[in-house]
Design a protein around this ligand. Structure first.
Ligand code: SF4
Length: 306
């Protein structure tokens, strides 16, 4: 299994815990938009047990606090401080960064020990981003949050842009938009996870429409010195940039009922599944196949390594 090195660390060096299931955006592509109202976040006993587990066994170097929007938790700084005091070398949050438009709040989080920020940037313009999030003004606040964080030495910024019909054609512009950020180390591009067998036709987009924009975004990002990661896109369609496909994830501690929803994606569907040698590819998913078919004439199985 390929690991992505990031500051010398790999996904397997991190554990991710869902500690909050509320959000003040309504991103149309959100994987938990329909389930966040019934998913249960980890409680304090589970959080403390995770810290103890790491103190005892030293399994991970970093903790990722996630869920929906963790900055809505008032005690986020305390959680981060407890994690650092228990021995985690890094604490990351997954966030839309709107609250980080307030420089004082940035300072509070950084002082509490949060040194990595994985920020969702859904598009390259306010018009598209705010349409996706359904909150006017969200784009400006997210960008301000990123630029505020970029002022802090030692802070590590990462972004994710979800690829949907609403966003695919602005991926290279997203890279350009963020080109001045000095502490942006990695840009991720997650192809839409439908989370159901049919998928949303407003969001589904053919891999062949996406490909030229995605490849250009990856090339641009690498030209700016960023690491890149693509998730859930056919390996064989990435050509020379196939090494950008990294579907590995940190270990995720989440309400187990989430996996019933996740499995509705129906990954690993491919006409070449039995013969393809890709170790990373998730193939096609159920909603995609239902919409666009199998592409038997357009996909090319990768050779098996001996
Ligand atoms: S042939 Fe199928 S499994 Fe192999 S890389 Fe292409 S999409 Fe993935």
């Amino acid at each position: 299994m390929i690991d992505t090195h990031h500051g010398g660390l790999r996904h397997s060096d991190y554990v991710e815990m869902t500690v909050h299931f509320r959000c003040n955006l309504s991103c149309r592509h959100c994987m938990i938009l329909d389930s966040m109202h019934w998913l249960t976040p980890a409680d304090d006993d589970e959080f403390e047990a995770l810290l103890q587990e790491n103190t005892t066994h030293g399994k991970w170097k970093g903790l990722i606090l996630t869920g929906a929007e963790v900055t809505l938790r008032r005690d986020l700084p305390e959680l981060a401080m407890r994690a650092r005091q228990s021995g985690f070398e890094h604490v990351r949050i997954q966030t839309h960064a709107m609250r980080l438009a307030d420089p004082d709040y940035c300072r509070t989080l950084v002082d509490a020990g949060i040194d990595e920020f994985f920020v969702s940037v859904t598009a390259a313009t306010a018009a598209v981003h705010d349409r996706i999030t359904e909150v006017p003004g969200s784009f400006a606040r997210t960008l301000q949050g990123l630029h505020n964080l970029d002022q802090f030495p030692g802070v590590n910024l990462m972004t994710n842009t979800v690829i949907t019909r609403l966003s695919y054609d602005c991926l290279p512009q997203v890279v350009d938009l963020l080109s001045s950020l000095r502490h942006l180390t990695r840009m991720e591009f997650w192809n839409y996870w439908p989370m159901e067998e049919t998928g949303n036709p407003e969001l589904l987009v053919s891999h062949f429409e996406v490909r030229p924009f995605l490849l250009r975004a990856l090339q641009n990002a690498r030209a700016h010195g960023r690491a890149v990661e693509v998730k859930n896109f056919p390996h064989c369609l990435l050509g020379d940039l196939g090494d950008a496909l990294v579907n590995d994830q940190p270990e995720l501690r989440i309400d187990p009922r989430f996996w019933d929803e996740f499995n509705r994606n129906g990954f690993h569907q491919c006409a070449f599944r039995d013969e393809c040698g890709s170790q990373q590819c998730l193939g096609l998913n159920a909603a995609y196949v239902n919409h666009y078919g199998w592409h038997e004439d357009l996909l090319s199985p990768l050779p098996r390594l001996r």
